[in-house]
Design a protein around this ligand. Structure first.
Ligand code: ADP
Length: 481
């Protein structure tokens, strides 16, 4: 099985969120299962630096007059990795999607159009490389034009799969961008790229892909309904027979408290003394009072309403009144960043706000926290709840998408069965959230019960193998057509 996996970020080359974790780990898991899997992404400066060793293997063209694009080849673990080198489009400092002021790069249509164009070109008989994929797997809107280009060009094509990691991001651009992208106007229609008078890269992929997946079974059902489908629910329900949900996995090489280089005290799941030492270490580092009894809630998240971060702010007075602590790591909406900063400034021994991105701090918070807050209004899969299980931190989640598929709410029955792994609430309101936190606080003080919840979480295995096998089955069905 020759597979080309296309994404706009992949850990450890470049990461802004969960997509990078998936694109970093799934190709490795597929390679371990015997697939000849190659990874394709843009050559951002930080990705080149992280890749370390690479060489130019092909010139791929200049479809937009932005400059000749070359393919640089390196290796990530078991996977041959190709970075598209086109300095006028990619060689800039900052986030893959946003400039320093948090605005979309103005030429994102071309930057990610090129990603799709190169993926399509490498899938065609005229590819500059001798290797061609049996299946082309594109991820999210950034890679979404690849199947559209294949349809526009005609001729033989590999099987195509789109994975939707988050339907809320659709890659919308003015209709005239069709010209710059070299796509025919015949594809600008309701069955093609057109979306309310603009073009949508995500819709392009949904329209022209053979198979669609998303990252949890519940989210696969939710996005066929309004408002979860963000305007694409009709199209997705039309394609329901081609759409499946495959839960993401965890890279336990990276998220393993026993050999985590970021931790003050690496520990085995269940080792309460070391867990307590990590809690004391993070409390000290963040200037919180080093109290073992104060429950420490943690957040590792993009800070926006989609993630329900306004709900965390809404229940903060309650947390403070209970003598609890909160440590937030994240960045995003300015108002939310400021909101957390302000409470932290007022209550420095109880609240810490680390605004920014830090892999090290993310690991240390998972290790030091007692409970992880994830009140996401929508959550395609979510990854931090999986990390929390392994790190002995109990997730409190809104029961949606992948959170509904992975967290078993504490109830009398689930506790008796040893199945309860966290606290789940709905609807996504401050009062329902606060009630879940109240239930958690009550059980936090009952140590034997709490240990049962921790043990059930630690026993969960969300490794990539099972999910990778599901993807392989999907690819095989496509390649055998
Ligand atoms: P999403 O992809 O929607 O952002 P996920 O839960 O699927 O959410 O994945 C988030 C990933 O990004 C996790 O690996 C989490 O640890 C990481 N992450 C989020 N915010 C930060 C941050 N500020 N610093 C470090 N890691 C972060």
């Amino acid at each position: 099985m020759r597979l080309l996996f296309v994404a706009s970020e992949a850990f450890p080359l470049v990461k802004t969120g969960g997509l990078a974790d998936v694109a970093g780990a799934l190709p490795q898991a597929l390679a371990r299962l015997g697939a000849d899997c190659r990874l394709l992404l843009p050559a951002y400066p930080e990705a080149l630096e992280a890749l370390g060793r690479y060489r130019a293997v092909a010139s791929v063209g200049d479809p937009y007059g932005a400059g000749q694009a070359r393919l640089l080849e390196g290796r990530l673990g078991d996977v041959k990795t190709w970075l598209i080198d086109c300095p006028p489009l990619y060689s800039r400092i900052g986030n893959p999607y946003l400039d320093a002021e948090g605005r979309d790069w103005p030429d994102n249509a071309l930057r990610f159009g090129l990603l799709g164009w190169v993926a399509a070109r490498l899938s065609q008989p005229s590819s500059p490389l001798p290797w061609r994929p049996d299946v082309l797997h594109v991820n999210d809107w950034q890679a979404g034009l690849a199947p559209a280009y294949l349809s526009a060009w005609g001729g033989p094509r590999p099987g195509t799969v789109l994975t939707i990691h988050n339907i809320a991001y659709q890659g919308l651009f003015p209709a005239e961008t069709m010209v710059a992208l070299g796509l025919p106007w015949s594809m600008y229609g309701i069955d093609g790229l057109e979306y309310w008078g603009r073009i949508s890269f995500l819709k392009a992929a949904i329209s022209y892909c053979d198979k669609l997946t998303t990252v949890s079974p519940t989210y696969a059902r939710e996005i066929q309904t309004s408002p979860h489908g963000c305007g694409l629910d009709g199209l997705l329900s039309k394609r329901a027979s081609d759409l499946t949900g495959i839960l993401n996995g965890v890279d336990y090489e990276v998220w393993n408290p026993e050999k985590d280089p970021h931790l003050a005290h690496p520990y085995r799941p269940g080792d309460a003394a070391s867990k307590a030492a990590n809690k004391a270490a993070i409390q000290a580092e963040l200037g919180l009072s080093t109290s073992a009894e104060s429950p420490l809630f943690v957040v590792v998240s993009r800070l926006n309403e989609h993630k329900g971060m306004d709900l965390v702010l809404a229940i903060l007075p309650f947390l403070l009144s209970q003598g609890a602590q909160l440590a937030v790591l994240g960045s995003g909406d300015h108002a939310l960043e400021e909101g957390f900063r302000a409470v932290a400034a007022k209550h420095p021994s109880q609240v810490a706000a680390v605004i920014g991105y830090s892999e090290r701090m993310a690991h240390r918070l998972q290790a030091g926290g007692d409970m992880l807050l994830m009140p996401s209004r929508a959550e395609p899969c979510g990854l931090t709840q999986f990390y929390a299980f392994r790190y002995g931190t109990v997730p409190i989640v809104h029961g949606t998408g992948g959170l509904a598929d992975s967290v078993v709410d504490v109830s009398y029955d689930s506790l008796q069965a040893g199945a309860a792994t966290g606290f789940s609430f709905g609807p996504p309101t401050a009062s329902a959230f606060q009630w879940a936190v109240e239930r958690a606080l009550a059980l936090f003080r009952k140590r034997a019960t709490w240990r049962r919840i921790l043990a059930a979480g630690a026993a969960q295995d969300f490794g990539w193998d099972a999910s990778a096998r599901k993807y392989l089955n999907l690819y095989s069905a496509l390649a055998d057509r």
